[in-house]
Ligand binder design. Structure first.
Ligand code: ATP
Ligand code: MG
Length: 566
């Protein structure tokens, strides 16, 4: 894996793609720009696709152009309608809308006509070599390939054979239509590449209408041309395919050709961005589905609690480069934290509870404390939180034997309960096996937050819920899905699955204050001191389920600071 990069905190100026677009508009090469996002409907979109979506739709929007959604559905075997629906939902959720929605398969008729035209122009031929024979004659990086013995067939013979290929007269793999370019080209993609292959397979949209299917490079270039795409933005692995892309358009004498421009694909630490691998995680039962909150899919990130704003911000910050690199996943988390810090209502939840009894609080008395909903947003207002004699606090906020500098609860110590009073731990109650079951505390009636009592300071403040008022909730804590920064880096003889993190999901049964209950799936909150959580659709009104989207500790801010001082 390449070196992990630290993008500049603020990307200064325009990226190279926007520079090209501006130039093309300024010189009048194009009056209006058109881009496209061309997913293959063979899986769910992931965060890498989000980068491409933000780029294609973003550039079109910024420069008054349009962006199409085009399904690159030229491979009949791997595609599915489920994926088509999911892709549309994801693009919309990210905040974008397409000008036109197209399928490469809509163009099969025109692509076929173009192929006949190439044959008539003497630029394509039907080849009878098998896949193995083609491979054997293709040459290597240092050696030229050899011409196919079928290369000099006449256009008439080629047309006849090609039509019979289409009519289903020949078996899969027995013939291909190949471009006639140059078997000695240093670019192997130009050594008479296949344009069409025979595949007697049912297609999810065209059914059994076709038994020959166009190859990616050919279909892509011509689909772009048909839609009037001006800038065809794709990832770097297609750089070597650009000459073939251009060849297809030039060989047909097409005017106003789209320009292909490549940018670096997104790689993220601790993350796999390959639909094939992600599919394997789903079918192998390693995750609960494409939208499992540990998945880097848009659907997974959404369920986890990511917002479109955070993802768009991330796409902007990583910028565009012409060289592959790996982005620290901490940056993605940082973007979410920044967004939710501004917008998430706060609330209190205890996910590993231990009981606190305030022995000097009258039985049955309930006091409504005033709590601020979001200190970052005064408009979010305040709410009432019930305070009573029996409370729950986080087990980790108590130590019988406190480590140095521990400012929370331990025998004899004082701590402030958020929005409430200062309490003192007087006695620890244990069960027969020595587990702490209850903490007997006293509260200081003169220490109430927001009043004169707020002046009395103690070093620690902890969160809590009132035992009688809190609602039981399932809380799902997620960790990275892979233990290795590069999940593909597996020991000899093992594969990437060995890098799966066995502790990537931890389920806790906790309690939340009532204000956190009742929000629709997807709503997000900050659980004070614990992190940002989203409402999972698995929950019910009586038993909500929350996903930890991201913790509060910002590892990225640290990385950035280090980068600046270095
Ligand atoms: P995968 O390798 O995950 O299967 P793909 O490239 O085959 O992805 P496509 O559906 O063909 O997936 O991709 C649609 C668009 O998204 C293409 O233009 C592709 O270049 C872009 N894209 C895919 N992965 C990334 C990524 N990691 N970073 C940026 N763009 C990406
Ligand atoms: Mg692909």
């Amino acid at each position: 894996m390449e070196e992990t990069t630290t993008p500049a905190p603020e990307t200064a100026g325009k990226d190279f793609i926007r520079e090209i677009v501006e130039d093309d508009l300024a010189t009048g090469k194009h009056a209006k720009i058109t881009t496209r996002f061309p997913p293959e409907p063979n899986g769910y979109l992931h965060i890498g696709h989000a980068k491409s979506i933000c780029l294609n739709f973003g550039v079109a929007k910024e420069y008054g152009g349009t962006c199409n959604l085009r399904y690159d559905d030229t491979n009949p075997l791997k595609e599915d309608v489920e994926y088509v629906d999911a892709i549309e939902a994801d693009v919309r959720w990210l905040g974008f809308d397409w000008h036109g929605k197209y399928y490469a398969s809509d163009y099969f008729g025109r692509l076929y006509d173009f192929a006949e035209e190439l044959i008539r122009r003497g630029k394509a031929f039907v080849c009878d070599l098998s896949a193995d024979e083609v491979r054997a004659t293709r040459g290597t990086l240092t050696e030229p390939g050899r011409n196919s013995p079928y290369r000099d067939r006449s256009p008439e013979e080629n047309l006849d054979l090609f039509r019979r290929m289409r009519a289903g007269e020949f078996a899969d793999g027995s013939r291909t239509l190949r471009a006639k370019i140059d078997m000695a080209s240093p670019n192997i993609n130009l050594r008479d590449p296949a344009l069409y292959r025979i595949r007697k397979a049912h297609h999810h949209r065209t059914g059994d209408a076709w038994c020959i299917y166009p190859m990616y490079d050919y279909a892509h270039a011509l689909s772009d041309w048909i839609e009037g795409i001006t800038h065809s933005l794709c990832t770097l692995e297609f750089e070597d395919h650009r000459p073939l892309y251009d060849w297809c358009l030039l060989a047909l004498g097409l005017e106003s050709r789209p320009r292909q421009i490549e940018f670096a694909r997104l790689n993220l630490t601790y993350t796999l961005l390959s639909k094939r691998r992600l599919l394997h995680l789903v079918t192998g039962g390693h995750v609960r589905g494409w939208d499992d909150p540990r998945m880097p899919t848009i659907a997974g990130l959404r369920r986890r609690g990511f917002t479109p704003e955070a993802i768009r911000d991330f796409a902007e910050r990583i910028g565009l480069a012409k060289r592959d690199s790996v982005v620290d996943v901490a940056l993605l988390e940082h973007c979410l934290r920044e967004d939710l810090n501004r917008r998430a209502p706060r609330g209190m939840a205890v996910i590993d509870p231990v009981k606190v009894v305030l022995t000097n609080w009258p039985e049955g008395k309930v006091e409504e404390l005033e709590a601020v909903n979001n200190p970052e947003d005064p408009a979010a207002g305040t709410r009432k939180v019930a305070f009573s004699r029996e409370l729950l606090i986080e087990r980790d906020d108590f130590r019988e034997v406190p480590p140095p500098k521990y400012h929370r609860l331990f025998p004899g110590s004082e701590v402030r309960l958020r929005w409430g009073y200062i309490v003192k731990c007087e006695e620890v109650v244990k069960d027969a096996s020595g587990n702490v079951v209850e903490l007997l505390c006293t509260y200081d009636p003169t220490s109430k937050s927001g009043e004169a009592g707020a002046a009395r300071k103690v070093k620690g403040t902890i969160h809590w819920v009132s035992a009688a008022h809190a609602v039981p909730a399932e809380v799902r804590l997620y960790d990275r899905l892979f233990t290795k920064e590069d999940p593909n880096d597996a020991p000899e003889g093992q594969d990437w699955l060995t890098n799966l993190n066995p502790a990537s999901l931890e389920v806790r049964q906790g309690f939340v204050e009532p204000a956190l209950v009742g929000a629709a799936p997807g709503a997000f909150f900050q659980f004070e001191r614990l992190g940002y959580f989203s409402v999972d659709p698995d929950g019910t009104p009586g038993k909500p389920v929350f996903n930890r989207a991201v913790g509060l500790r910002d590892t990225w801010a640290k990385i950035e600071k280090k980068g600046r001082t270095a």
